[in-house]
Structure formats: structure tokens, C-alpha cells
Design a protein around this ligand. Structure first.
Ligand code: NAI
Length: 480
């Protein structure tokens, strides 16, 4: 029999396996939705196939990558920047096992934290693969093949996504790797070739570049970071190039060969085929919805042409009591989007007004400087014929950024030409990930650039750049 997950220490009391809500998948969407459901009085269970709770984000995604980004940034500062502050270090050395160990400890403390939250909220967690048997029954199959059936009034599918594999470059975990292995490389590669100039490529490329690797990013399209604002991604490319990252845009990878100690990447750029040698190739060309073994076909849950589960505005699948959220459905593959959807499902089931405002989902690329964005880009506004005003302000004119020694980048505020309502905010700069929250809240309240411009911003802070950019919308910036 599949056992309740020992980590949660919750038990299915008295062998009672009937639940108001069964969640399949314990990533940010699944576990946050489960907690909200329990808060609202639903008897809730979560099924997780991995040993540790938390899904991709906590185990092999957002959290470990941020731990390594912070550690590698410290290493870089110790090597090159502290001396500028008058801090002299005799010898700076990389202790990679300690750096990786620190990351693992952070992951463990957070995944253990979810087990604690489950216990606190009386959520039962089962370790095993969850699959639909009927619209109201879910089977849990443990790693040893034992099974248990759970009865569920409602089911939330939150099984996330997996990295996309290139047909000619199957992951071998050593020479051809995904983001998962890029978090645990036992030594710094001499030359890391990254296929895909998206979020993962730039973040994990940054980690290994800071630790000493030569990093070449091959991107099929003409720009980095997909649909993010073109002006800002160009600025980011410039800064990363200055840091040493090499880019090959509009370049197609045609093949990949693993040699004894190296990888040979066959490329076609401007129609000229050539080859690039490296010692490891990170393939980061996107992720795809994961629902293998979940039994969607068995109960007739429908998917779209990209394998994502189809849902309506209430996140219901074509079977009314089965919901789906997060990377498994359409929309940005972001932990915070999944969280909001998980909460919305719990609230909908309990008769509340579950709602997700997809117009204000922020996106962040955790390079240094960071790139953060919410709302429309200039490209999108132009394409939809919306008249807009632009206000930008550089970090180079901000006192706090100068004190920090991080003056690259700028804030750009886009506001409706007539109403002044904020339509989008794009930040390249230090701690842009934290600064974007102000823009998200302003947009959630339907705020104008005038609202941002007239709000106090403590001095001296990085957030003053946001205010100056908002002032610049009406050409009133004061610090430049
Ligand atoms: P991505 O969609 O961000 O970027 C993939 C890039 O690969 C695109 O620019 C695409 O044009 C390029 N590409 C595709 N096929 C190619 C080929 N054959 N040759 C060269 N380039 C090719 O995907 P990524 O970076 O793998 O991330 C996956 C998902 O994980 C994303 O949806 C992202 O939102 C999420 N994620 C979010 C993070 C964050 O919020 N900071 C961090 C890491 C991942």
C-alpha cells in the first residue's frame, strides 16, 4: 500500500482515504493551492512522486539556481570588486563543494518547510505517482509498485513541466545536460555551450561564467529572452557581453556529437555551417507540460496541440471537478503564476471568487543586473496600435546604485497616452526582481504613471529610479 509521505507526518486518519480535494504534484502551485484549500476547510491530500516535496522550483529550479547565482556573485565580487571598496583579500579561491553543499542545505530547509506546513494545515501527503482512475478516484502507486485508491470530490492536476530535449541531442546528464544537471556540475567547465538564450540559459550561463567558464550562448532567434521588451534585452545582452558571455544569435544548431572529452556543436549561422567545440552543452530551449502516467486519457481530460491540459476561465478541465494549473496549462511557466492558480482553484471550489489577473504576472531573469518586467512591452503596444508614452531613467544617475557599485541598466515605464494608466514596466538593474513588485501593485490598482511619480520613495534607494522614470513619462524627471 502506498504510504502517506513520512515527511509530512500526516496520516490518513483511520484508513480514511476520502478527500474534498486531491492535488497531484507538490510544486509551488500544488502545495500553495493545497494549503489554501485546507485553510478554507477542505480535507486535502497531495500526491508527490519524488522523495522531496516542492517540485521543480524548490528542488531543481528557482531556489537552487538562485543560491548558486548569489554564491557565484559573491565569488566574482571577492575576485574583482571588493578591492574597489578598500577590502583587500590575500587569496580568493573557489570551494565548489561548499558552494554546492550550501545550495543543497537551502533546498532541504525549504522542502522540509513544506512538510511542516502540510502538517500544520492537516494536509495528508502521499509519496507515489498519482493517476486518475475516474473523475472521482485517484490511484497512488509507490516506487515499489504498491497502490492505494483515494476518493476525491475534486482533483487538482499540478504536475508541472520537464525540459524539452532536442531530437539530435538527447540528455546524457554529463556532456549534454539540462538545467537539473547544470546545478550540480562537480567542476567548472572550461567551455560551456548553452543552446537557448532564454531565462535558464542566461541564469545558469551566468553562474558558470562567474566561476570561470567560458560561456557561449547559441540562440535561434534574433534576440534574447523571448518576448521580453526588446530594448531592455538588448541592454542586457550588452552588459553580459561586457562580463564575458559570448552570443551567437540567429544561429541554428544542426547537430551535436559527444567526443571523448568534448562536445562538437554543428551550427548554421547566416547560412554558413561551422562547428563549435566545448566540454559541456547545456540545452535550455524551453520546457513542456508534463502529464505522463497521470491517466488523462483514461478519464478523457483534453489537451491542446502542445500537450497542455485545456482549462476554462475557472481552471476547470472538460471534466467539471478536475482542475489543472501551472506549467501543465497555457501561460507563462512561472512559479508565482502557478501559485495564484492553485489558490484560485481552492477558492473557486469553496464558493469564493477565485481569480488570477494574467495582465500583471511579473517575469524576472536573475542575471546581474537583473531584468524584470510586468505588463506590455513596446513591441506589443505597437502591434496592437495602442498610443503610449515612455519614461525611462538610468541607474547611473541614482545615488544608491552608485554606492552599491551597480549602475548599469534603467527603468522604463509605459503609460497610456490618453489616460496615463500604466501599461508596462521594464527594469534592468540591481535587485530589479524586488523593485518590480511596486509596478505590479500599481497596475493591480489600475494606477497611472502620475500615481507612481507622486508617491514617496525613500532616499537614497534604488526605487527612486522607478519614480524618476514615472516622472519622465511627462518629461519631469528631476535628477537628470
Ligand atoms: P525559454 O523559453 O525562456 O528560452 C528558450 C530559448 O531557446 C528561446 O529563446 C528559443 O528561441 C531558444 N531556442 C529554442 N530552440 C532552439 C534551438 N534549437 N537552438 C537555439 N535556440 C533555441 O526556455 P528556458 O530558458 O529553457 O526556460 C524554460 C522555462 O522555465 C521558461 O518558460 C521560463 O519561464 C522558466 N524559468 C523561469 C525562470 C525565472 O522566472 N527566473 C528561471 C528558469 C526557468
Amino acid at each position: 500500500m502506498a504510504q502517506p509521505n513520512s515527511q509530512s507526518q500526516s496520516t490518513a486518519a483511520g484508513g480514511d482515504f476520502q478527500f474534498d480535494l486531491v492535488v497531484i504534484g507538490s510544486g509551488p502551485g500544488g502545495y500553495t493551492g493545497a494549503i489554501r484549500a485546507a485553510q478554507l476547510g477542505l480535507k486535502t491530500a497531495v500526491i508527490e512522486k519524488d522523495k522531496s516535496l516542492g517540485g521543480t522550483c524548490l528542488n531543481v529550479g528557482c531556489i537552487p539556481s538562485k543560491a548558486l547565482l548569489d554564491s557565484s556573485e559573491h565569488f566574482l565580487q571577492a575576485l574583482h570588486e571588493l578591492s574597489e571598496h578598500g577590502v583587500k583579500l590575500a587569496k580568493v579561491e573557489l570551494d565548489l563543494p561548499t558552494m554546492l553543499g550550501r545550495k543543497d542545505k537551502i533546498v532541504k530547509s525549504l522542502t522540509d518547510g513544506i512538510a511542516y506546513l502540510f502538517k500544520k494545515n492537516q494536509i495528508t501527503s502521499f509519496q507515489g505517482t498519482g493517476s486518475l482512475v475516474s473523475a472521482t478516484e485517484v490511484e497512488v502507486k509507490s516506487a515499489t509498485g504498491e497502490t492505494k485508491r483515494l476518493k476525491a470530490k475534486n482533483i487538482m492536476l499540478a504536475t508541472g513541466s520537464v525540459p524539452i530535449e532536442l531530437p539530435f541531442a538527447k540528455f546524457d546528464g554529463k556532456k549534454i545536460i539540462s538545467s537539473t544537471e547544470a546545478l550540480t556540475l562537480p567542476q567548472v567547465p572550461k567551455h560551456l555551450i548553452v543552446i537557448g538564450g532564454g531565462v535558464i540559459g542566461l541564469e545558469l550561463g551566468s553562474v558558470w561564467m562567474r566561476l570561470g567558464a567560458k560561456v557561449t550562448v547559441i540562440e535561434a532567434t534574433a534576440k534574447l529572452c523571448g518576448s521580453m521588451d526588446g530594448q531592455m534585452t538588448k541592454q542586457l545582452q550588452k552588459v553580459l557581453t561586457k562580463q564575458g558571455m559570448e552570443f551567437m544569435l540567429e544561429t541554428k544548431v544542426q547537430g551535436l556529437e559527444v567526443l571523448k572529452d568534448q562536445v562538437k556543436v554543428k551550427i548554421e549561422s547566416a547560412k554558413t555551417p561551422s562547428e563549435l567545440m566545448g566540454d559541456i552543452c547545456l540545452v535550455a530551449v524551453g520546457r513542456k507540460a508534463f502529464s505522463d502516467g497521470v491517466g488523462l486519457e483514461k478519464v478523457g481530460v483534453t489537451k491542446d496541440e502542445r500537450g497542455r491540459v485545456k482549462v476554462n476561465a475557472h481552471l476547470q478541465t472538460n471534466i467539471a471537478n478536475i482542475y489543472a494549473i501551472g506549467d501543465l496549462i497555457s501561460g507563462p511557466m512561472l512559479a508565482h503564476k502557478a501559485e495564484e492558480e492553485g489558490v484560485a482553484v481552492a477558492e473557486t471550489i469553496t464558493g469564493h471568487a477565485g481569480h488570477v489577473n494574467y495582465d500583471t504576472v511579473p517575469g524576472v531573469v536573475y542575471t546581474w543586473p537583473e531584468l524584470a518586467s510586468v505588463g506590455k512591452t513596446e513591441e506589443e503596444l505597437k502591434a496592437s496600435g495602442i498610443a503610449y508614452k515612455v519614461g525611462s531613467f538610468p541607474f547611473s544617475a541614482n545615488g544608491r546604485a552608485k554606492a552599491l557599485g551597480s549602475t548599469e541598466g534603467s527603468v522604463k515605464v509605459l503609460a497610456d497616452a490618453k489616460s496615463d494608466r500604466i501599461l508596462g514596466v521594464h527594469i534592468l538593474g540591481p535587485r530589479a526582481s524586488d523593485m518590480i513588485a511596486e509596478a505590479v501593485v500599481a497596475m493591480e490598482f489600475g494606477g497611472s504613471s502620475e500615481d507612481l511619480a507622486r508617491s514617496f520613495h525613500a532616499h537614497p534607494t534604488l526605487s527612486e529610479v522607478m519614480r524618476e522614470a514615472a516622472l519622465a513619462v511627462d518629461k519631469r524627471a528631476r535628477q537628470m
